[in-house]
Design a protein around this ligand. Structure first.
Ligand code: TXA
Ligand code: MG
Length: 340
């Protein structure tokens, strides 16, 4: 299949992409978080193609995207007051709510769960594609399963060229990590995946919000994942990534002492010149938003320079930094070395 490259700022191209969605095809869709792999959420056959293109395990459910709040009413059993409050505060935006699902949600979307995840993205091209197609749109991140999520149309084509009908090029994503996933199907609500909307922001609206154990730690054997996506090794470059937790001085010494062919450093932008191995940066040390925006591109760059072993600076798990930390520990298979 030839993958069409469409311009997200061209209304004619949005119409072409919407037509592909209505006909049951797949489109790479820019959002403010990462690029999604979009299909008609109400068509189980179209949704099954998403799993095939990504090589995604069938037990990992998808997020359904909408372009106006009232669309959620048909997708869930009922809309509780907490959902209205959250939507008022953070929609459209990088936040996904999980609620008991309505019968119209195909099993392919919910992966056998009784709930559905819903998001109203703020990206104008995502909104235009959803409105123009007249359908709710199921979309996971548009990477091959296990690889870093795509934050540019080039990343999407790298993983999906020839496997999907089209990609809408809307430039680089502003947030850079996937949406915050919060379930309202439990009491109190629970953070399943940290993202662009912080835990503090959720608590400001909802009061008590629990954090799922899988946010910071690997899932213990035999424990069922509340959010199936969090149980897989994820976001990984081909290299072996090891996170080094400690001061920059200790990190620098460790990296410079362990230099071998194929060693690379994943560090903050102000540090690169002090290391004697190839470096890839992911934002400034104090700038969590920049770290989020640059992390996935940095992980892909490590492949481009053929890194074999990567020593990564440990992100500060504060604010949006919690999402950065959550993604990077998965890329590292939870391998963290603690230094003085
Ligand atoms: O920012 C985002 O959320 C992006 C863009 C494209 O919107 N999408 C995205 O989708 O990251 P995906 O499929 O890569 O991640 C969805 C996450 C997975 O961890 C999945 O397990 C979880 O949401 N999820 C989906 N439906 C769920 C449900 N009913 N209950 C619990 N977790 C759910
Ligand atoms: Mg994903």
């Amino acid at each position: 299949m030839q993958t069409l490259r469409l311009n997200a700022n061209n209304p004619e191209d949005i119409r072409k992409a919407a037509q592909i969605i209505r006909e049951g095809g797949l489109v790479g869709m820019p959002t403010e978080t990462v690029y999604g792999l979009a299909a008609n959420a109400l068509d189980g056959k179209a949704v099954a193609k998403i799993f095939a293109a990504k090589g995604r395990p069938m037990d990992n459910p998808l997020i359904v995207h909408i372009s106006e709040f009232d669309q959620i009413r048909k997708l869930v059993k009922e809309v509780p007051p907490e959902a209205e409050k959250l939507a008022k505060a953070y929609w459209p935006g990088p936040m996904t709510m999980v609620l008991p699902k309505a019968d119209c949600i195909p099993d392919e979307v919910s992966a056998g769960l009784q709930t559905v995840a819903v998001r109203f993205p703020s990206h104008p091209a995502a909104q235009a594609l959803i409105s123009e197609s007249g359908l709710p749109i199921a979309a996971p991140s548009a990477n091959l399963s296990g690889r870093p999520s795509p934050t540019t149309a080039e990343h999407v084509l790298h993983d999906m060229d020839g496997k999907i009908e089209a990609v809408l090029d809307g430039g680089a994503c502003g947030v850079g990590v996937e949406s915050t996933v919060v379930t309202l199907a439990t009491k109190p609500p629970r953070l399943l995946r940290p993202g662009g909307i912080t835990l503090e922001q959720l608590r400001a609206v909802l009061g008590e919000v629990d954090m799922d154990n899988a946010v910071l730690k690997p899932l213990a054997k035999g424990v069922k994942a509340a959010s199936p996506g969090m149980k897989y090794k994820h976001y990984s470059p081909k290299a072996n990534v090891i996170i080094i937790d400690g001061s920059f001085q200790a990190y620098k010494q460790y990296v410079n002492d362990h230099k071998e062919a194929g060693t690379a450093a994943l560090c903050y932008s102000e540090e690169a010149s002090e290391l004697n191995v190839p470096t890839v940066c992911y934002g400034g040390e104090e700038n969590y938003g920049e770290q989020a925006r640059e992390l996935f591109d940095a992980l892909r760059k490590l492949d481009e320079i053929n890194a074999k072993t990567v020593y990564a600076r440990c992100p500060e798990p504060k604010g949006v930094g919690l999402a950065v930390y959550n993604r990077l520990i998965r890329a590292a298979g939870f391998e963290v070395l603690h230094l003085e």
